[in-house]
Design a protein around this ligand. Structure first.
Ligand code: GLA
Ligand code: ZN
Length: 670
C-alpha cells in the first residue's frame, strides 16, 4: 500500500475553483495568495460533481485540468477528491434509487449532501464511472499527490437494497437464524425470527429495542460504508496504484467505527473543529485524543484535512480564534502526528450556507487580514519542522476507546441512562496527559506489545480473545487499569453468566456484585491510597476483592468502607480496578503512581492543567511540543535542546505565554 510521503509539511485547504469558473481573475489571484500564505497543498473537487458531469455521461474536466496545471507550474500540490459526497440533481431525478431512505421507510427528496444510498448499484456505478474518468485524466498529473475520497462519510440508508445487504451481512455473521435468535435473545417479548425476510433495520417506527439488532445494524453501517469506499477506491488504484488514498473522518462520530477504515485508507485524515475560547484546556484534550485516535488507525502520521483558520459557521456561537491560537492549534495537530495542516476553506464562498465560515481568503479578497497573517505564520513555521515529517509517536501508555463497546454501552438500559463513556475515556486521557506522557488511543483487541500501561475505562463489552490478550499483557509485566461497568456483555451483547467482570474476573481479582447509580450532581468519595478523599460520581460498583488487594474504599452511603479501588498482582504485572468514576484530580494522582511503577518517564513532570507536552521521534532525535492552552502564562521544565522555531538553544526552565507553543528538538544522544 502506498503511504502519504510528502516531501514537505502539507499546508492548504479545501479549494472550490468550481464555484468561481466565471472569475478567472480570482482563480489567478488565488495562486498568488496561496504562495503568499505558504500554502502548498489543496483539496480540490470535493463537492464538484455537477461541475464535473453537468449532464449524464458528459464530463467536463477542462476547468479542473487548468487548475491542476496552474498548481503544478507554481509548486502547489493537490489531494484530488472524488465527488460522491453530493450529486447532481439530474441523477436523483432520473434514478431515484440513489436517494437515501429514512428509517420510516420514506425516500428523501433530492438535496443536501450525504443523501445517497451506499448500496444502490446505480449510485455505485455512477461513482465508479466518474472516479475512473478522474483517475484516467489526473491519476498521473504532477500536481496530484493523493486521493481525498468522498467527504465525511456518514448516515445510513434504510431502502430495500440496504435491507437485503443487511440480511446478507447477518447471514455471514451468524450462519443460521437459530444462531441469530440465540445471540439476540429473541425469546424476549416474542421477537423470534422465523424467516430472514423478517429482519429489518432498527426503526423508531418498528423494532428499536433489541440490542443485538441495533448493534448489528451499526456494525453493518460501518461495514457497508467501508465497502462503498472500497468500491470508490478500486478504479483509482487500478489507474494510479501509487497514489495514497484517504477519507476525512469526524470528531468522535458515533455512526462509523473509524478503526475499520484501516483496511481501505493508506493514511488517515481528520477534520478538527474545537470550540476555542471558552474552556481551551478541555477542548485541547478532546482534540488531542481525536488526533491520537487518527494516528493509531494505522499507527502512522495522518493528515489534518480540515480545521478553520478563524471561526466556523455551524456552532451555536462561532467565536474567532484569539491571537496565537491559530499557530498553537495547528501545531497541536502536528504534535500528535499530523503531517499536514489544512483548512476548510481556502476562500469564502459568496453564497449558500457556508458563506460565513472562516476561510484563508475572506470576501474582501486580499491578504491584509488578521486571519491571512495567522495562516501565513503557519506557512512560515511548518518548513522549520520538516525534519520530523513522517516521525511516529513513541507512546508507552495506551487508552482503549472502542466504538462497538460505546454502541453497546449507550444502547443498554440501566443502571443510568447517561453512562458518560466518551467523557470517562476523555478524563482518563486527560489525566494521563497531565502526567506528561504520550498516549496511544486504540480499539479493544489492538496489539498491546510495546505498551507498559493500558487503560480501558468502562470496558462493558469484552470481545473474544480480549481477556486472554490482557492477561498475557499483564502476566508479562504490564499494568492494566479498568473501571466501573466492566466485563458485563460479550460480543453479541449477551450478559456474562457467573459474575461480572466476566472473563476479566481472574485478571482483576474482583467480583462486582451490584452497581449503584448516582443522580446527576450526586457524589460519593474514594478514600485513596495517598490518604486523601476524592469525589466520584455516576456509577459505583459494589465489589468483592477476591484475589485483589484493596487500595481505596468508598467514603459514604451504605457501602462506605467497601472496596472502591483495588490492585491484583498477576504474573509479573498488576491489574487495577477503579470501581467508580473519579474526577481528574484522583486520576492524575493515580496515573502518576502507576506510570512511575511501570517505569514510564514523563516528558515533563508537574504540568499545570491546560499545558500539554507531547512528542514525535525519529532516529536522530525527539521533537517535544509544549503547548499552553491554560489561558494564563505558564512555566514548565523541559529537556534541553534546540528551539525549532527560533533555532536557538532552549529547554530547561521555559516560559510559555497565553496560547504559547515551543517545539524543541532533543538529539538522540542527549
Ligand atoms: C465539514 C465538511 C466541510 C465543511 C466543514 C465546515 O468538516 O467536511 O465540507 O462543511 O465541515 O466546518
Ligand atoms: Zn439504500
Amino acid at each position: 500500500m502506498p503511504e502519504l510521503k510528502l516531501p514537505f509539511f502539507g499546508h492548504g485547504g479545501d479549494y472550490n475553483p468550481d464555484q468561481w469558473r466565471d472569475r478567472p481573475d480570482i482563480l489567478e489571484e488565488d495562486i498568488r495568495l496561496m504562495k503568499l500564505a505558504g500554502c502548498n497543498l489543496m483539496s480540490v473537487g470535493i463537492f464538484a460533481w455537477s461541475a464535473l458531469e453537468p449532464e449524464e455521461g458528459r464530463f467536463d474536466f477542462d476547468w479542473l485540468e487548468d487548475v491542476l496545471d496552474r498548481f503544478a507550474e507554481n509548486g502547489i500540490s493537490a489531494f484530488l477528491a472524488t465527488p460522491s459526497g453530493a450529486r447532481p440533481a439530474w441523477m436523483s431525478e432520473r434514478y431515484p434509487e440513489v436517494l437515501r431512505v429514512r428509517e420510516d421507510g420514506q425516500r428523501n427528496l433530492h438535496g443536501g449532501r450525504h443523501n445517497h444510498c451506499f448500496t444502490s448499484p446505480v449510485y455505485r456505478e455512477f461513482v465508479r464511472r466518474i472516479n475512473a474518468a478522474l483517475a484516467g485524466r489526473f491519476g498521473h498529473h504532477p500536481a496530484v499527490v493523493g486521493w481525498h475520497v468522498s467527504n465525511e462519510y456518514g448516515g445510513a440508508c434504510h431502502c430495500e437494497l440496504c435491507q437485503e445487504a443487511f440480511r446478507a451481512f447477518l447471514k455471514e455473521t451468524y450462519g443460521s437464524l437459530d444462531a441469530l435468535n440465540r445471540a439476540w435473545w429473541t425469546g424476549f417479548w416474542s421477537k423470534t425470527y422465523t424467516d430472514w425476510r423478517q429482519l429489518h433495520s432498527p426503526s423508531r417506527f418498528g423494532e428499536a429495542t433489541l440490542h443485538g439488532l441495533n448493534l448489528s445494524w451499526k456494525r453493518f453501517v460501518t461495514h457497508q460504508t467501508v465497502d462503498f469506499m472500497r468500491a470508490e477506491v478500486a478504479p483509482l488504484r487500478a489507474v494510479a496504484p501509487n497514489l495514497p488514498v484517504t477519507t476525512n473522518l469526524m470528531t468522535l462520530y458515533d455512526g462509523l467505527d473509524p478503526f475499520r477504515f484501516a483496511s481501505v485508507v493508506d493514511f488517515a485524515s481528520y477534520d478538527s473543529y474545537p470550540r476555542w475560547g471558552a474552556d481551551d484546556a478541555s477542548e485541547a484534550a478532546l482534540a488531542a485524543m481525536n488526533y491520537d485516535i487518527m494516528r493509531c488507525i494505522l499507527h502512522r502520521p495522518f493528515a489534518l484535512m480540515e480545521s478553520t483558520p478563524s471561526q466556523v459557521n455551524w456552532q451555536d456561537v462561532c467565536k474567532l480564534k484569539k491571537p496565537g491560537m491559530h499557530l498553537l492549534s495547528s501545531l497541536h495537530a502536528v504534535a500528535h502526528g499530523a503531517d499536514t495542516v489544512q483548512y476548510f476553506q481556502w476562500r469564502k464562498s459568496r453564497g449558500a450556507p457556508e458563506k460565513f465560515h472562516g476561510a484563508v481568503v475572506d470576501h474582501v479578497g486580499h491578504e491584509h487580514t488578521r486571519t491571512f497573517r495567522d495562516v501565513a505564520e503557519v506557512g512560515r513555521t511548518l518548513p522549520k519542522l520538516a525534519g520530523m515529517l513522517g516521525a511516529p509517536t513513541p507512546a508507552r501508555a495506551a487508552l482503549v476507546f472502542d466504538w462497538e463497546n460505546r454502541w453497546a454501552l449507550e444502547d443498554s438500559q440501566g443502571p443510568r441512562r447517561e453512562k458518560h463513556y466518551e467523557d470517562t475515556v476523555l478524563e482518563h486521557y486527560r489525566a494521563l496527559r497531565r502526567c506528561g506522557v504520550d498516549v496511544d488511543v486504540i480499539e479493544e483487541g489492538a496489539d498491546l506489545s510495546g505498551y507498559a500501561l493500558v487503560a480501558a475505562p468502562m470496558l462493558y463489552m469484552v470481545k473474544p480473545g480480549v481477556a486472554e490478550a490482557l492477561e498475557s499483557f499483564v502476566r508479562g509485566g504490564g499494568t492494566f487499569v479498568a473501571t466501573c461497568h466492566t466485563g458485563c456483555v460479550d460480543r453479541d451483547d449477551l450478559c456474562f453468566l457467573g459474575g461480572f467482570p466476566g472473563p476479566l474476573r481472574r485478571l482483576l481479582g474482583v467480583w462486582i456484585e451490584e452497581t449503584d447509580a448516582l443522580y446527576d450532581g450526586e457524589t460519593n468519595g474514594i478514600r485513596a491510597e495517598d490518604g486523601q478523599t476524592y469525589a466520584c460520581s455516576t456509577l459505583c460498583d459494589l465489589i468483592h476483592a477476591e484475589t485483589a488487594r484493596v487500595t481505596g474504599t468508598y467514603a459514604a452511603d451504605f457501602y462506605a468502607g467497601t472496596p472502591a479501588v483495588t490492585v491484583n498482582a498477576f504474573g509479573a504485572g498488576r491489574a487495577h480496578y477503579i470501581a467508580t468514576r473519579p474526577g481528574l484530580d484522583f486520576l492524575t494522582a493515580f496515573y502518576r503512581r502507576r506510570l512511575a511503577e511501570a517505569g514510564v518517564e514523563p516528558l515533563c513532570a508537574d504540568l499545570p492543567d491546560g499545558v500539554e507536552v507531547s512528542s514525535r521521534a525519529s532516529a536522530s532525535g525527539r521533537y517535544l511540543f509544549a503547548m499552553n492552552f491554560s489561558g494564563k502564562p505558564a512555566r514548565i521544565r523541559l529537556p534541553v535542546g534546540t528551539d525549532m522555531l527560533t533555532g536557538e538553544a532552549a529547554g530547561g526552565d521555559t516560559a510559555l505565554g497565553v496560547n504559547g507553543v515551543a517545539v524543541i528538538r532533543v538529539d538522540a544522544a542527549t
